[in-house]
Design a protein around this ligand. Structure first.
Ligand code: CAO
Length: 421
């Protein structure tokens, strides 16, 4: 058992202990930093004189210590330093860093020492923290210090790196997006907060939406479709369907109008291949339907919409809605869509700009139908108007094509007989 005394630091002033880097029982290597001390002008590490085991620590964070003070006990071979400093080790003034020639001398890192690529000398950070930053390639200027006087601690560096890694994992796998990251913010400094973990579905959705938003240049085209006649027809049929336990909502008509428009404009029922050089046109009409659940958004797929009757579609919609909310959808239930609809019409709102469900090339947003005054050539007539939003991938679809496509959908909804034929 030997004692470790603080070697001559080159200063008569007491130094603050700002970090204890080891615990009792730790096996340490020669020159491993044990403590970080701070004077007015510099920070310095006290290194282990040789390999051994720490058996006691006699100082704590906040202690003020001077040359010769007992700082720890060590199961090495010799007593390190000396209480009287009668045979001082080579001293190292903290203001003037020099090469360390004896193991017991503290490694000084004066404020003028540059440890990272950028000049970070005006930042409060101990040598071990600077070393950690350098090893991880962290620019200390980007790290928020949470210690006393905004000192940067190892935990701050860990939090900074964790934040960058987490954000990188929510971005597209193609690297080099060059997007700046959000700094770590302690919101509790502004008022009371609580933290709630995101559900698995929400985290997956966040990844997909971020990727889709970044990869596809989005444009959104709007139209109000006159569904007065369609609604009159739907209501006339409702009683019959109700008896069969089928709820005929506007969505099944919209699905049928969409498929008719897709048949007239096949580039909307397509995907870009991975090379980005070819468009894969699909001869099937599988429509993804966005469903909101307490755990987040899911998009089950209704297959072969072109081949199914209104009542079959209504039944299947109800089934996937129920399955989605009961968390019973399988991966297969959510794969293979050739186009997607996001309907918020049952809830409200006048319009929105949906994010494309890649690899689809467009998505139809449906808002709540409302009676509006429409000029019929001689007067304003009250008509039930359905707001539609079409977001499309401008790499694949031109504006004129998109305008024609949304007008075609609106025409089919307006002329319900065309759909039913
Ligand atoms: N305008 C006006 N009313 C509409 C409408 C519209 N565009 N769309 C639906 N409605 C009405 C329906 O007619 C129904 O009215 P009643 O209750 O009076 O019969 C009511 O709104 C609710 O419809 P719904 O949402 O139950 O049925 P749907 O066929 O429109 O939707 C499905 C099917 C699976 C999406 C649904 O079960 C569901 O989950 N809805 C919740 C909304 C949702 O999640 N949307 C996606 C959000 S994320 O983009």
């Amino acid at each position: 058992m030997t004692h470790i005394y603080l070697p001559d630091t080159g200063s008569n002033n007491a130094l603050d202990v700002i970090e204890i880097l080891v615990n009792v029982g730790d096996r340490v290597e020669k020159d491993q930093a044990l403590f970080t001390l701070e004077s007015d002008k510099a920070t310095l590490d006290v290194p282990a004189p040789e390999a051994g085991t720490i058996t006691a620590i006699t100082i704590k964070v906040g202690s003020k210590i001077k040359t010769g003070d007992l700082i720890a006990e060590f199961s090495g071979s010799d007593t390190i330093g000396t209480p009287e400093v009668s045979a001082p080790v080579k001293t190292l003034p903290v203001e003037t860093p020099q090469p360390v020639t004896k193991a017991a001398a503290p490694i000084a890192v004066a404020t003028a020492t540059t440890m990272t690529p950028e000049d970070t000398t005006d930042l409060y950070a101990g040598p071990s923290v600077r070393r950690m930053a350098r090893l991880l390639g962290v620019n200390l200027k980007l790290v928020t210090g949470t210690g006393d006087k905004e000192r940067i601690t190892k935990d701050d560096i860990r939090a900074h790196v964790k934040n960058i890694v987490e954000r990188a994992q929510t971005l597209p796998t193609q690297s080099g997006s060059g997007l700046p990251t959000m700094p770590t913010i302690d919101f509790s400094q502004y008022g009371p907060i609580e933290t709630k973990a995101l559900s698995r579905i929400k985290k997956l959705t966040a990844q997909n939406l971020s990727r889709n938003w970044l990869l596809a240049p989005h444009v959104t085209q709007f139209i109000d479709a006159d569904i007065s006649d369609m609604e009159a027809f739907r209501k006339s049929q409702s009683a019959t369907y109700d008896k069969q336990g089928i709820k005929l909502t506007p969505l099944v008509f919209i699905m049928k109008a969409l498929v008719a428009a897709l048949k007239a404009a096949p580039t909307f029922n397509a995907s870009l291949d991975a090379s980005g050089d070819n468009l894969v046109l699909k001869n099937y009409f599988h429509i993804g339907i966005a469903v909101d659940t307490p755990d987040g958004l899911v998009v089950p797929v209704i297959r072969d919409v072109d081949q199914k009757s209104l009542s079959t579609l209504a039944k299947e919609l109800a089934e996937v809605g129920t399955k989605a909310r009961a968390k019973q959808l399988t991966a297969a239930d959510m794969q293979g869509s050739s186009f997607t609809i996001s309907s918020l019409g049952g809830i409200g709102g006048t319009a929105f700009t949906p994010i494309i469900n890649l690899p689809n090339v467009a998505i139809l947003g449906v808002s709540k139908a409302a009676i509006k005054p429409v000029w019929d050539g001689t007067q304003f007539a009250p008509r039930l108007m359905l707001p539609l939003s079409l977001s499309y991938d401008h790499r694949v679809i031109d504006g004129a094509e998109a305008a024609r496509f949304i007008v075609t959908i609106a025409n089919y909804l307006q002329e319900i007989r065309l759909l039913l034929l």
